[in-house]
Design a protein around this ligand. Structure first.
Ligand code: PEP
Length: 245
């Protein structure tokens, strides 16, 4: 499905470059009803307060679990809420490279929920886990630990992004069968952790090296609610093609 489209800019584009980009993308998408949520670097999130249109939403790429204090360099939920940011991405594999743990992501989710944010939660196996046949064990462990203490009625604020670590930023997209099996497994895990209804209703998107050429195949899968796009989203022309695919 093409219900949810997210873009992750990672550490790219200045505030000025992002403003120019938005003008360009907006013009390319004049007849496109699809809303798009862009996860921007913090320095560009003031756009969330400035933007008066309806096409774009702006999200944060991360957020700290505490609300204030001696956490130099971190960004809090009240800071984001004050900028009218409504969505936060948590648990991205880039963050895990800096040592972010499942326990910390769990705390971040609880804080984000208290502030009423929509959350995009990234999960996915590493190349080593896939090669050793441990994909399911890895995803199940991740979901179990990250969602610990989260109530079923809170899942409506959480979208899961299936992002196999080996496909993110590598140019190696997972094939349709791999994506489809993993998404089914995520639904069945939510089913086990919560209920059949929760497993059916949870929103799941795929992320990892998607291009305009590969997007359409993903939209065709009714079990997948949309996409999370990194590298391709940085070029407005290519991203517009991907959105319209
Ligand atoms: C991402 O950063 O979440 C992502 C999916 O990146 P890319 O599309 O570049 O693999």
């Amino acid at each position: 499905m093409k219900e949810l489209i997210y873009a992750n800019f990672k550490m790219n584009k200045t505030f000025s470059e992002t403003k120019d980009y938005l003008k360009e993308l907006d013009a390319l998408l004049v007849d496109e009803p699809q809303k798009i949520c862009l996860f921007l670097p913090y320095t560009s999130l003031y756009l969330s307060k400035l933007y008066k249109g309806e096409k774009f939403l702006f999200g944060a790429q991360n957020m700290f679990e505490e609300e204030s204090g001696g956490y130099t360099g971190e960004i809090s939920a009240p800071m984001l809420a004050d900028l009218k940011v409504k969505t936060v991405m948590l648990g991205h594999s880039d963050r895990k490279k800096f040592g972010e743990t499942n326990l910390q992501i769990n705390k971040k989710i609880k804080t984000a929920l208290r502030y009423g944010f929509e959350i995009v939660l990234c999960v996915g196996e590493t190349r080593a886990q896939r090669n050793s046949g441990k994909t399911k064990i890895a995803i199940e462990k991740e979901l179990g630990e990250i969602l610990f203490g989260i109530y079923e009625n809170e899942l409506k604020n959480i979208t899961i992004a299936y992002e196999p670590v080996w496909a993110v930023g590598t140019g190696k997209i997972a094939d349709s069968k791999t994506i489809s099996e993993a998404v089914k497994f995520i639904r069945s895990t939510i089913n086990r952790l919560y209920s059949e209804t929760a497993g059916k209703e949870i929103k799941i998107v795929y992320g990892g090296s998607i291009t305009p050429q590969t997007a359409r195949e993903i939209y065709k899968n009714k079990n997948i609610n949309g996409v999370l796009v990194g590298g391709t989203s940085l070029n407005a022309v290519e991203f517009a093609k991907l959105i319209k695919a």
